[in-house]
Design a protein around this ligand. Sequence first.
Ligand code: NAD
Ligand code: IPM
Ligand code: MN
Length: 353
Amino acid sequence: MPKVLVLPGDGIGLEITPQAVKVLEAVLKNHSTSLSFEYGLIGGAAIDEAGKALPDETLAAAQAADAILLGSVGGPKWDTLPAPQRPELGGLLAIRKALGLFANIRPVKMLPMLVEASTLRPEVVKNVDLVVLRELTGGLYFGEKGRGTEPRSAFDTLIYTEEEIRRIVDLGFQTAAKRRGKLCSVDKANVLESSRFWREITLEVAKNYPDIELSHMYVDNAAMQLVRWPEQFDVIVTENMFGDILTDLASMLMGSIGMISSASLSGSKGLYEPAHGSAPDIAGKNIANPLATILSAALMLRYSFGLEQEAQKIEAAVERVLQEGYRTPDLAKPGDKVLGTKEMGNAVVAALK
Ligand code: NAD
Ligand code: IPM
Ligand code: MN
């Protein structure tokens, strides 16, 4: 039986992951594949209980698991710790690196019934259907870091190797080939050497994909174009930090940060988590939107277990619930039926039937 390691983490992670587990169990009820769920500690919760953001047992369990479902990590309680020990670096980045999860897929597709929920005009967002492929184990997040004393200073290094660029860009081309055939590589090649190198390698990889329409865009322009005319994008491939920033921005093309799912992959091994954080401002109130996590669970079925139909069943159930006018507060407009986190999870389960 395939094993799923569930790492709820901190803040709303504790509220949203149970909703996704419930949905996975429901969609696989009476199915020939069933998943076994195991639980572990990561982030602040792990610091408090085991003294470390990524305990050895958690990493071992993650290595042994077929897939991982993660909530979110971090919160004010741990913000004063030295950076390497914090939930974000010591927990999340550490597990991504240890498992070699270099490819972060963040789908951004506007659902018709949410067009009015976006802060952008309906005609701008109604046809949005793009995917951001974010490089996840290189770049500024993982380069050498340090501080100097004379004068006081600090630095982070942005390094990419040929191999790191090649594998993510290659996946970008493959992804585009299965979609509308357009790949936009986002960089800052007018300033950064690492970006010029990224472009060079991208152009080399492009020779293997003559049918894909490749474009290059500077990241500042990309941020502007994403709110100006997001339909122009099919697949975006970009380095770690640019992808981090652009995907929070892109989440609003779907109406809420609570809608953006993600898969972090190395082959079929994957970690699935919403792109948003632990939302300390709303944690513990049963008002967080669990749909990004539920949609991440659908990505797990698709990418780790090859259960495409079941993944689509989850996606269809989410759409049905939204179509009926149910919303968590982040998406709600006057007249909508507002549900709590748990109740939204239950509604998706009910809509599967
Ligand atoms: P955040 O994504 O947690 O929250 C930003 C805003 O979006 C908040 O107002 C929050 O209430 C709202 N929001 C986020 N998810 C939501 C949801 N599902 N439903 C409704 N509203 C939602 O970002 P932040 O405030 O910058 O960071 C908070 C903590 O989370 C920090 O410690 C940060 O490091 C961490 N973080 C973790 C992850 C992760 O674990 N993958 C991602 C981003 C941030
Ligand atoms: C994300 C988060 C993380 C990142 C943080 C919490 C380390 O913002 O998954 O987008 O920057 O990768
Ligand atoms: Mn982020």
